[in-house]
Write a protein that binds this ligand. Structure first.
Ligand SMILES: Cc1cc2nc3c(=O)[nH]c(=O)nc-3n(C[C@H](O)[C@H](O)[C@H](O)COP(=O)(O)OP(=O)(O)OC[C@H]3O[C@@H](n4cnc5c(N)ncnc54)[C@H](O)[C@@H]3O)c2cc1C
Length: 449
């Protein structure tokens, strides 16, 4: 059978595209080799946030006295926390499956392979298509560390299904995923050490706010080794791992009960049959796509983590929308100007647009406004003993070009700044918007004064 749209991969990019195309009346076939929902729903965004929320409630209960609440005994049940996480994942994946059914999407369980620019093979059946969306996501990078293959280490998958808390945990990689797990296990009382080869955590996030977040966790006894390269690992006892590292010229080691690897992710494009086609590639080796997500084959789109551009679920969703709009001949194009990045630590940290570092690198002049979140009545009412900060960056003509917030609920309010950046609003125009009072989002209005 010939389908107007074939999609490989049922993560945020794939399921969004399938539902949208199906609802628009196109015939759609979706191939998924594991579980609908992809990494995000099954082993990424949703499970991490569900566990982090339990940890946050636990922390709040421990600190309840600051809110004039007495809770005599506070404890947590790890098994039930993980069960609750599994239930949340089931509920959401079921919801996605139902949406796909309602949109008349044909779902095929199996590993799909591209045969040519109009044919796919899956479970020994061939299917032809007019348009193909490759939404195969990404996989964890496993660095070439000596001894890694002879020890039992965790990736995010094992960490999410933790059965028993380790006494201590060494995390290789202080990026977003590493820091969210650091926050989770630190909140639950595990001794956590984060080892990062760069001079600061969290990659391209605003450096000043990242340092503040790091200091906040240092107060909570989280240990960091920055500018540190792990060179080798080995098991020393049944439940002890020795991690050897190099800091400048000095070599040292630490021991931990468990090791979590989180050094990043890379597009998953292997074993897809793509070498049968001749895609144009970027200098990083990714498949080149235009603003409509079309590859050098105009009927083949690469969306989500698979194109290596952003590796975030919300980017994947928007890219899928753009691709389907293009197939439907509705003019649309992808913009990467205002993609929010959020770290769901406690406090949360979110940023969108340019950072001071990125502007300095481009030699762009900018104006900075930074104010404490305590200027927001709602923040002060709800956040005892924690400081927060909001930083806005403007171009010389006072257009908002970057926004960075450390403090709860940064994840929820950052979209306000993202909208202003995407719409290229000037400070004066944004300031005319009415924000409900009292909300933490009012901090932006305050910073615009
Ligand atoms: C621990 C963790 C936490 C994260 N937290 C966040 C977060 O808070 N916010 C955020 O925005 N992002 C987060 N991410 C990243 C997010 O999960 C990804 O950006 C998102 O899942 C990408 O969506 P996608 O549709 O491109 O790919 P995926 O979700 O990876 O889905 C791809 C799907 O394709 C399937 N597939 C691959 N090859 C084939 C084939 N040949 N045939 C059939 N099926 C195939 C796979 O089985 C998979 O289901 C997190 C990731 C991890 C690991």
């Amino acid at each position: 059978m010939n389908y107007q749209v074939a999609i490989i991969g049922g993560g945020p990019a794939g399921y969004t595209a399938a539902e949208k195309a199906g609802k628009a009346g196109l015939s759609v076939i979706l191939f998924e080799k594991e579980k609908i929902g992809g990494v995000c729903l099954n082993e990424g965004c949703i499970p991490t946030k569900t566990l982090l929320y339990s940890a946050k409630i636990y922390q709040q209960a421990l600190e309840s006295r600051h809110y004039a609440i007495t809770i005599p005994e506070v404890s947590f049940d790890l098994k039930r926390m993980v069960a609750r996480k599994n239930k949340t994942v089931r509920k959401l994946t079921l919801g996605v499956n139902n949406k796909l059914k309602l949109a008349n999407v044909t779902l095929v369980e199996g590993t799909a392979e591209v045969i040519d620019a109009h044919t796919i093979c899956c479970n020994e059946e061939t299917y032809s298509f007019e348009n193909l969306l490759i939404c195969t996501g990404s996989t964890s990078i496993v660095p070439p560390i000596k001894g890694l293959d002879s020890i039992q280490y965790w990736t995010h998958k094992e960490a999410l299904d933790v059965k028993e808390l380790p006494q201590s945990l060494a995390i290789i990689g202080g990026g977003v995923i590493g820091m969210e797990f650091a926050s989770l296990f630190n909140s639950l009382g595990v001794e956590v050490t984060v080892i990062e080869r760069m001079s600061e955590l969290l990659g391209s996030m605003d450096k000043e706010l990242t340092a503040r977040l790091r200091e906040e966790y240092e107060k909570r006894k989280l240990t960091y080794l920055l500018d540190t390269e792990v060179t080798a690992v080995n098991a020393i006892e049944e439940d002890k791992i020795q991690v050897h590292y190099k800091q400048g010229d000095e070599e040292n080691s630490l021991t931990a009960s468990q090791l979590l690897l989180s050094v990043g992710r890379k597009p998953q494009l292997a074993k897809l049959g793509l070498d049968r086609l001749n895609f144009k590639r970027t200098n990083r080796g990714f498949i080149e796509v235009n603003k409509q997500l079309q590859s050098s084959y105009a009927n083949i789109y690469i969306c989500g983590d698979a194109n290596g551009k952003s590796l975030l679920a919300h980017t994947a969703i928007r890219e899928a929308e753009v691709a389907i709009h293009t197939i439907l001949s509705k003019p649309d194009e992808m913009s990467y100007r205002a993609i929010p990045s959020v770290i769901y630590t406690n406090p949360e940290f979110a940023g969108v647009g340019e950072t001071e570092e990125s502007l300095q690198e481009q030699n762009v002049n900018y104006k900075k406004v930074a104010i404490p979140l305590a200027y927001s009545g709602r923040f002060t009412a709800e956040n005892e003993r924690v400081n927060g900060i909001c930083k806005l960056l403007f171009s010389e003509d006072k257009t908002l070009i970057g926004a960075h917030v450390l403090g709860n609920p940064a994840s929820e309010i950052i979209t306000l700044a993202g909208m202003a950046i995407e719409l290229k609003l000037k400070a004066e125009e944004w300031g005319k918007i009415i924000f409900p009072h009292p909300t933490v989002g009012e901090i932006f209005k305050e910073a615009l004064q």
